[in-house]
Design a protein around this ligand. Structure first.
Ligand code: UDX
Length: 460
């Protein structure tokens, strides 16, 4: 028997930073009665074994079933083949689900995979693009797409005015792919997100209205924008999803007890938590400056150094400096970040400003010290410092390295000085607004309600 229940097929780009926000969004849709199927690649599915979720997951192919992105060699080669093979296998999946008793009526896709819109059209389904990054970053790529924003600017410190952006920015604030000539093909792909966006029914953004009012209002005149974030588990925000388990996917293993036990023995708001996310490769020289900056700040710190980065740490760093015996520092290869950010001992987040990390810090009210590395991170860092005023940005020298004195000074600024008080107050304000956005009747909750009610109308 066929039921007339709304059924969304969710198509994330297969990486942790993209699938997690879409998974959290899926849980919210599901709590409002929508059936969810997540489609991901065979190779990525293998890394998802520990995912604890009630949503169903189906495999499609990216053409690299054994090794995925790594097997492809380059990102561009991967994306190209994914389009060819992915379109067919996604279509096969839709046909299979059509016979399951509850056919798909909407595709929510990651615009890194814009071909999904054509598949949706072929089957007469509605479509929604889900941008995992914030609206300000999307707006910059939109302006590159339109040819309005031409970079790099002639002078390094020239101010750039972007319609919809609440303040002028400099070339050091735009996403790295926009200004790096070597990244031209990646930029093409990012800009291509907008190539068929006029054909979609909704544009969902992983942010919340109060955080980016001006740019959201501006972009809403062009696209049917709906903000639906923050997409972190409900248990850290409104706590309305009763069976909301911990986070979604981690391709790394968290060392839950070690970190949390250590934090339990620290004073309130005394710890600097340091992490550069799942991808960034920090230069050896930068790693050394970071190590000394942390040591010299005299604050206790919890530092995530992924195992692939470990060899870059100064030799015997923790042991030689007696950081272990005095309990002043803990280095781990991965941690349960949300629990760490929520912990009362955490006073400052030294972050690369990946959008997930930034949104998590906003949602949990943790002041930030930003050290952006690449991609959207410089823009996020600009917003944290100058628009949301809940952090500082550590300045690089002419070699692109943030020196130890700068790191030490910035940590003290956030954790000790008058400016730090203002930052803490703002962090609390944003935390409250983030919770309100997803709570009943909040801006994101209303948008999700509206999205669901349209889906229900279509499916009945
Ligand atoms: C990538 C890009 O680098 C980033 O710029 C873009 O905005 C999203 O995609 P990544 O570098 O992994 O992401 O950073 P981020 O977006 O911050 O995501 C990292 C995720 O890993 C966060 O959800 C964080 O909670 C989690 N994490 C990180 C852990 O769970 N434990 C850790 O020890 C470190």
């Amino acid at each position: 028997m066929t039921t007339h229940r709304a059924h969304c097929l969710i198509l994330p780009y297969p990486s942790q930073g993209h699938i997690n926000p879409m998974l959290q969004f899926s849980k919210r849709l599901q709590s409002k009665g929508v059936k969810i199927t997540i489609a991901t690649t065979k190779s990525f599915l293998k890394t998802m074994q520990e995912l604890t979720t009630s949503v169903s997951i189906e495999a499609i192919s990216d053409g690299y079933d054994d090794g995925g992105r790594d097997q492809a060699g380059s990102f561009v080669a991967y994306i190209t083949r994914f389009k060819e093979v992915g379109s067919d296998t996604l279509a096969q999946l839709i046909k299979k689900l059509a016979n399951s008793g509850c056919p798909v009526n909407c595709i929510v896709y990651d615009p890194f995979l814009p071909w999904a819109v054509e598949v949706a059209k072929d089957f007469g389904l509605v479509s929604a693009a889900f941008f995992t990054q914030n609206c300000a970053v999307d707006n910059i790529y939109y302006h590159v797409h339109k040819g309005v924003l031409k970079l790099p600017p002639t002078q390094d410190d020239e101010e750039i005015l972007i319609p919809g952006f609440s303040c002028p920015i400099e070339s050091s604030d735009v996403p790295s792919f926009v200004i790096s000539p070597e990244a031209a093909r990646i930029l093409d792909m990012l800009v291509n997100q907008f190539s068929n966006l006029d054909k979609v029914d909704w544009v969902l953004i992983n942010s919340f209205y109060e955080l980016e009012k001006e740019v959201i209002d501006w972009m809403s005149k062009i696209y049917p924008i709906k903000t639906i974030g923050p997409t972190i588990p409900s248990m850290y925000l409104d706590n309305r999803l009763p069976d909301d388990k911990e986070y979604g996917l981690s391709v790394f293993k968290p060392m839950t007890n070690e970190c949390l036990n250590w934090l339990n023995h620290q004073l309130i708001s005394s710890v600097v938590y340091v992490s550069f996310g799942s991808l960034a490769k920090v230069e050896v020289e930068q790693m050394e400056e970071l190590a000394w900056g942390l040591k010299n700040s005299n604050k206790n710190f919890l530092w995530v150094v992924r195992s692939t980065e470990e060899s870059k740490l100064p030799k015997n760093f923790l042991e030689e400096l007696k950081l272990v015996s005095e309990n002043k520092g803990l280095v781990v290869s991965w941690c349960p970040q949300l629990q760490v950010l929520e912990h009362k001992s955490t006073g400052c987040f030294l972050t690369h400003c990946g959008w997930n990390s930034t949104l998590e810090a906003i949602s949990l009210g943790v002041p930030m010290l930003t050290m952006p590395q690449w991609t959207d991170q410089p823009t996020n860092a600009k917003l944290v410092k100058d628009v949301w005023e809940m952090g500082v940005r550590a300045k690089q020298d002419e070699k692109g390295i943030v020196r130890r004195e700068v790191i030490e000074e910035c940590i003290k600024l956030v954790m000790e000085e008058e400016k730090g008080k203002m930052i803490k107050e703002n962090a609390q304000k944003w935390k409250e607004l983030a919770r309100k956005a997803v709570d009943e009747g909040g801006s994101s909750d209303k948008n999700i309600e509206e999205f669901v009610s349209k889906l229900v109308t279509i499916s009945s």
